[in-house]
Design a protein around this ligand. Structure first.
Ligand code: FES
Length: 165
């Protein structure tokens, strides 16, 4: 499933996520995860709602969002490609793969290609260490990803299937 199949957020839906977690100890992180899981990113309009519900300042909420690279503040592209940067994958060539991916897509980590098809993100271990370099695309994990295989993946993700009747 492309990861962009997220519903549109509304203030009421954001508040629903906040209310579901605000009584937990250390509620801020569970709230941020819940909002991103539901809507694909954390809209800036969520910040004042969270701040008010947890009696924090907006700056404190912003600070946590920007500290964790996991959190997105804008909607992702149609697909999210995450390249593993952890040690075992590095030993198996992930540095070359990430350089190739950035050049091919013309973007850096945390950016989305101009056609809004692919968002590129780093990840630190996908539990697939013996078969690196590893990569996750949406909900699929791929092993032993070479630059050539990456190119085929991009073709696959960006090719629209046309139905001829
Ligand atoms: S180090 Fe890359 S999957 Fe574990």
């Amino acid at each position: 499933m492309p990861i962009n199949a997220f519903p549109q957020w509304t203030p009421a839906l954001l508040q629903e996520q906040i209310d579901a977690h605000k009584h937990r100890p250390g509620a801020l992180l569970p709230i941020l995860h819940a909002i991103q899981d539901r809507f694909g990113h954390i809209p800036r309009e969520a910040v004042p709602l969270i701040a008010e519900s947890l009696q924090l300042t907006r700056a404190e909420v912003h600070g946590v969002i920007s500290f964790y690279h996991h959190f997105r503040t804008s909607p992702p592209g149609r697909h999210v490609v995450q390249i593993c940067r952890a040690e075992a994958c590095q030993a198996r060539g992930s540095r070359a793969l990430e350089m190739h991916a950035r050049e091919t897509l013309g973007i850096d980590y945390h950016q989305t290609s101009a056609d809004r098809e692919i968002t590129l993100e780093p990840v630190y271990c996908l539990g697939n260490c013996a078969c690196g370099p590893s990569l996750r695309v949406d909900d699929r994990i791929l092993a032993r990803v070479t630059p050539e295989r990456f190119d085929r993946l991009v073709d696959e993700l960006t090719t629209q299937v046309l139905k001829v009747s």
